[in-house]
Design a protein. Structure first.
Length: 385
């Protein structure tokens, strides 16, 4: 008997972390499942060929200003300053047109980690009306969320939760939530597509660098983060024989890694040892990352591509997900994660990178030894689903 499965909270494949999650979750489902993907950017999914794996439907449909629901939401915005109802309108219209599903899987692992998480509480409430069972897959959750009663009420209504790192798992357990499993992010299983390397990309002797506008925002306009990246690049160019590849992992309008990376590239125009990687699908980007000697990344799924390729990695983190994943892999996040708010000088990132370089052999050996079993843990998802 075929199951009807809905995958939702997918932002669109222009975020190649979202793409990696969609691809790997689909691969863990049964060949007989009928899969619909509810996407905020169906055009992106078509461009990156997710439409060959499942049926893609829009997560939002435009609401008429004449609808009573629009008028009520607009009034709530003006009177109560509550913008969630306005944001929810287009989701409500799309979800209301869905059929019924045996299973609905939220793959937006960190959607509850941002200020607008009440929107996703509303989305899950509505999705439950169309699904026999709902799953929150591969989530990361900040500790302060568990102080919100509305969040707790909602999180308890999932039939299954999988935490992708042990910090979130412990928060859930401490809150008395028992239908939870500790299973790594499915993106660790993403296959690699071999790519043709640009001339300046030396396989095995290139430092991959990723920077995102999102993490720049957390620098709060101080400029210290950009100076850290510049100091890091100067160190690599002046003190090593390694080249540098600037690798974007999200190309959304208004949140495009290429903009941040081009800013860095412009500061080193005269160097022929820096190459900017063009946009590719997530498997091809993992191909580039896997050829790096080291990787420094701000996007979680760019660093997951590096970890799973056994590339020694330094993470520029700002949340529980980066700390939790590093702790599960190495026993500690110290020396593996640089926290944006803890930057003390413009050389903090370069000093942390030198620490990684000094332990290169040990880190690579550890990843080569532990990664196969770590990745194999994701097979539990197929069993429990």
């Amino acid at each position: 008997m075929n199951r009807k499965v809905l995958i939702y909270n997918h932002g669109g494949s222009g975020n190649h972390g979202c793409e990696a999650l969609a691809r790997t979750v689909i691969s863990l489902l049964s060949d007989t499942d009928e899969i619909d993907l509810l996407s905020e950017e169906p055009g992106q999914d078509q461009h990156y060929e997710l439409t060959s794996l499942c049926s893609v439907m829009p997560a939002k449909l435009h609401s008429s200003k004449k609808d009573l629901s629009f008028i009520k939401a607009y009034a709530s915005l003006k009177i109560k300053k509550d913008y969630y109802e306005m944001d929810f309108l287009d989701y409500r219209r799309a979800i209301s047109k869905l059929g019924n599903y045996d299973l609905a899987i939220s793959i937006g692992g960190d959607v509850y980690c941002y200020d607008y998480y009440p929107l996703y509480i509303k989305i899950h409430q509505l999705i439950r009306e169309h699904a026999k069972k709902t799953v929150l897959l591969g989530c990361s959750l900040e500790k302060h969320l568990f102080e919100d009663d509305q969040f707790l009420i909602n999180i308890r209504t999932y039939d299954l939760i999988t935490a992708r790192e042990s910090m979130t798992y412990e928060y859930l357990k401490a809150a008395g939530i028992h239908n939870v499993e500790l299973i790594p992010d499915t993106a660790f299983t993403l296959p690699v597509i071999d790519v043709s390397l640009p001339e300046s990309f030396i396989s095995g002797n290139t430092v991959g660098i990723n920077l995102s506008p999102l993490v720049l925002e957390r620098d709060q306009g101080k400029g210290l983060l950009v100076e850290n990246y510049k100091a890091l690049i100067k160190y690599v160019l002046n003190e090593t024989d390694m080249n540098i590849a600037l690798i974007p992992h999200v190309v959304w309008t208004g949140n495009d890694d290429r903009k941040a990376l081009e800013m860095l590239r412009d500061s080193f125009k005269d160097s022929d040892r820096i190459v900017m990687i063009d946009d590719h699908n997530c498997m091809e980007l993992k191909g580039f990352i896997s050829k790096c000697r080291f990787f420094i990344g701000a996007r979680t799924h760019a660093t997951i591509a590096a970890y799973s390729s056994c590339v020694p990695t330094l993470v520029l983190g700002y949340s529980v997900k980066s700390k939790g994943i590093a702790k599960d892999l190495f026993g500690t996040d110290e020396g593996y994660v640089v926290h944006v708010k803890e930057l003390e000088s413009e050389h903090h990132l370069a000093d942390s990178f030198m620490n990684i370089v000094s332990r290169e052999s040990d880190i690579r050996k550890h990843l080569l030894k532990t990664m196969p079993d770590y990745i194999k843990k994701t097979e539990r998802i197929k069993e429990i689903l």
